[in-house]
Write a protein that binds this ligand. Structure first.
Ligand SMILES: Cc1ncc(COP(=O)(O)O)c(C=O)c1O
Length: 405
């Protein structure tokens, strides 16, 4: 029976009967797992070999591991839940989003390969592709997120992977995942999307034909600003390579982090729906406000990717970016006047977080200009507070700025 997202978020991946009749999935706070005797060791090794063969053939076999760097039971439950939410065969969990991205790229690329990366992806992803991958003889071409012609032109005989991100930060651009998948599949090129801003509630990249979905689970999936984690979801075949590489590079999170993520995921559907609602209401409010020069929100007809977003997404998320009319100082005054959100760099949690983006780029005006981020750009990552309160807070901060008080 196929279940709705809200039901899956609560139940998917979890055994109904847990040890001692516990309702919640336990945290096994252990770094290693032991054996009864030699026969037990040998039986385990046989099952593990069967599992490896099954995964390579495209199916799964649940077998415990012998050491905490390979897996832990709480983490396995989170992985099963994430696979269900994204409609994938399998998920692999990591200690951070960056760890998920770097391990995936290192697992699937070899010296001599070429990778295409969207230019406005998360800055650290771009840095890894541009500065680190060449050390292993892997070349990267950056292409604009919305330019299929540039993407087609960038393909070489050795292009192995296209890495995109949607929506992007901070302008919330939407890559046309359906067309990218349609282009890449017949050419045997693997496609991966960082879907952190979208979440499985708003977009289902695997159903659009993308091979791998990646998340910084630190954001919406965890949802409470209390855990760092990352995840990759896709087929058994690709994930088996990625999981093997995680075992070598060592990027597994702790059992307690897996528990926090599991707990956060239960309310994912509720939280993201509320954040979608808040996003739309705040975007509409800001767009008609005279003290705001421009709003970037893919749910607004004024956004350059509005049509693509309508086609690929069912909700437009909780992040709204906008330019304040005025200069850098006006914008700082506005941010400082806000009473509800915290000032900081992340997104996706229950608390609203705001940032004057340019200040986090560099203190040097030339470097800021080169980054393309205007000094007046604000990113508001909405939490689950009441929209009326968020808007009232924005209204008072904008009034104060307009009246120069
Ligand atoms: C879109 C996106 N991808 C990846 C990351 C990296 O995730 P993490 O901070 O969990 O390593 C971030 C943020 O930090 C992000 O915003």
């Amino acid at each position: 029976m196929s279940q709705a997202m809200g039901t899956q978020a609560v139940h998917a991946g979890e055994d109904k009967r847990k040890p001692f009749g516990a309702l919640t999935t336990p945290v096994y706070q252990t770094s290693t797992y032991t054996f009864e005797d030699t026969a037990d060791v040998l039986a385990f090794m046989e099952r593990k070999a069967e599992r490896k063969a099954a995964r390579e053939a495209g199916s799964d076999l649940l077998v415990r591991d012998e050491y905490g760097r390979y897996s832990n039971p709480t983490q396995l439950v989170v992985e099963r839940k994430l696979a269900a939410l994204e409609g994938g065969e399998r998920a692999v969990l990591f200690a951070s989003g960056m760890n998920a991205i770097t391990t995936t790229l290192l697992a699937l690329l070899s010296g001599g390969d070429h990778v295409i990366v969207v230019a406005d992806c998360y800055r650290r992803t771009r840095e890894f592709a541009e500065k680190f991958l060449p050390r292993w003889g892997i070349e990267t071409t950056l292409v604009p997120v919305d330019d299929l012609a540039a993407l087609a032109a960038a393909v070489r005989p050795k292009t192995r992977l296209i890495f995109t991100e949607t929506p992007t930060n901070p302008y919330l651009r939407i890559a046309d995942l359906a067309r990218i998948a349609e282009f890449a599949r017949p050419r045997g090129i693997i496609t991966a999307v960082d879907s952190t801003f979208a979440t499985p509630v708003n977009m289902q990249p695997l159903a659009l034909g993308i091979d791998l979905v990646i998340h910084s689970a630190t954001k919406y999936l965890g949802g409470h600003n209390d855990v760092l984690a990352g995840a990759v979801i896709g087929s058994h075949r690709l994930l088996s390579k990625i999981e093997d590489t995680r075992g070598i590079l060592g990027g597994v999170g702790s059992p307690h982090d897996a528990y926090l993520l599991l707990r956060g995921l239960k309310t994912l559907d509720l939280r993201v729906r509320r954040q979608n609602e808040n996003g739309m209401r705040v975007a509409q409010f800001l767009e008609q406000h005279p003290a705001i020069a421009r709003v970037y929100y893919p749910g607004l007809p004024s956004h350059p990717d509005y049509e693509t977003a309508q086609r690929l997404m069912t909700g437009f998320g909780g992040v709204v970016s906008f330019e304040v009319a005025g200069d850098k100082e006006t914008t700082s005054r506005f941010v400082d006047r806000l009473q509800l959100p915290y000032i900081g760099p992340t997104l996706g949690g229950v608390e609203g977080i705001v940032q004057q983006q340019a200040l986090f780029v560099s203190l040097d005006p030339a470097e800021r200009a080169a980054s393309g981020v205007k000094d007046t750009l604000v990113r508001y990552a909405l939490g689950i507070e009441d929209a009326e309160d968020i808007i009232a807070d924005l209204a008072q901060a904008l009034a104060a700025v307009e009246n120069r008080v």
